[in-house]
Design a protein around this ligand. Structure first.
Ligand SMILES: [Zn+2]
Ligand SMILES: [Zn+2]
Length: 122
């Protein structure tokens, strides 16, 4: 059984600080169970208690809600960028294909011109 880093009582369900590696009751760490459970696994793994947060960030510590929102937004942007890069990778051979087609078209034009020239000659 672990004990709370603040009140020293047993913690069954609580938040684990990634910095001081102490378990805290939600109410002792300044986070609600609801908002902590909403955090992604990555955010939980980097979660710090209010003491460590105050140590690191000083008076202008960002509230947990805004950081979760920002990371969720960043994740979707990442996905979009990934899709974009995939698309780009697909499109780059197409670009050279377009050049090829242009060249073929020009050849066909020349051929048509040549054949029409010959047909009018006959
Ligand atoms: Zn406690
Ligand atoms: Zn801590």
């Amino acid at each position: 059984m672990v004990s709370c880093g603040k009140c020293s009582e047993d913690v069954t369900f609580g938040a684990l600080c990634s910095k001081c590696m102490m378990d805290y009751h939600y109410q002792c760490s300044g986070v609600t169970e609801k908002s902590y459970s909403k955090l992604s696994e990555r955010n939980k793994a980097t979660w710090v208690c209010i003491t460590c947060k105050n140590d690191a960030a000083g008076p202008s510590a960002a509230p947990a809600a805004s950081t979760t929102r920002a990371s969720a937004k960043g994740l979707s942007l990442e996905n979009v960028m990934e899709e974009f890069h995939k698309l780009n990778a697909k499109l780059s051979p197409l670009v050279s294909l377009v050049d090829d087609i242009r060249g073929i078209k020009a050849d066909v034009k020349e051929l048509k011109k040549a054949s029409s020239d010959t047909s009018t000659q006959f």
